[in-house]
Write a protein that binds this ligand. Sequence first.
Ligand code: SAM
Length: 283
Amino acid sequence: MTDEQEQVRPSGVWATAVGVARVRALETERENALFRDPLAQAFAAAGGLWPSSPALPDDEAGRRRRLAVSLSIVIRTKFLDDLLHQASASGVRQVVLLGAGMDSRAFRMDWPDGTRLFEVDVAAPLDFKASVLRRERAVARCERITVAVDLREDWPGALASAGHDPAAPTAWIAEGLLIYLPEDAVELLLARISAQSAAGSRMGLTLGTRGVIERFGADAVPGSAASMWVSEMPDDPVGWLAGHGWEAESHTLRERAAAYGRPIITPPQREERPGGLISAVRR
Ligand SMILES: C[S@@+](CC[C@H](N)C(=O)[O-])C[C@H]1O[C@@H](n2cnc3c(N)ncnc32)[C@H](O)[C@@H]1O
């Protein structure tokens, strides 16, 4: 069987991971790119989103929403790249990407010797990813371990069986994931992450900002990413994470975008709320 015949077509929530890859491929082509993701284009092409995506509604509001989502993906990627650099510099040698999708950090970032990176997602995107990686002859720059499990099931058990050591610190990333999980599932996920996190662990989360579902999801195209968003951040994300044993900082997209030289020039539509980009350290 060829890779093409084996290949699973993107569908449901995990199709959004291929859309994210398309945004990273576009960023990679920019002269002043905030990161370079050389595999992103291959993922987008394999998923039918490159060189162009299928026709999308072309009204002004839809176009503006798509641009806003794309910018948020670029900024969060850079934010979490920096967080992982800091985690490595602080001696962390285990990384867990929850809902890893087409994240290619194992291939595109420099990792200290001894780093083990676990990619957790359901089987379909991991199979799709594996076939693209084979075709591209991609070589990971750390020890990369994939764990096919649904995050609503016993994923800590699956992660432990794959070799994760909860006694050593871990850098956890949940990027573009929690917005797809109902609030009780987010709460359970956080409790489970916290139970597997030795002192010195780090965590990077992206959370749907308050009101984003109403603004983006209400008239979203059926099947689009925004149509599947179900949860937003708590009013006090720092306090929420303190309750789980983490010292957290929350950043707004606007503030990070300005810091990275991509200021958002449109005025805020409402009073700035706590931001959806979270970095946290386990004490
Ligand atoms: C928007 S994508 C983001 C992918 C990746 N974190 C990134 O930023 O490139 C969301 C990912 O979460 C995964 N996901 C959503 N719900 C999941 C669940 N219950 N168990 C495992 N993975 C899940 C999807 O399969 C998909 O790959």
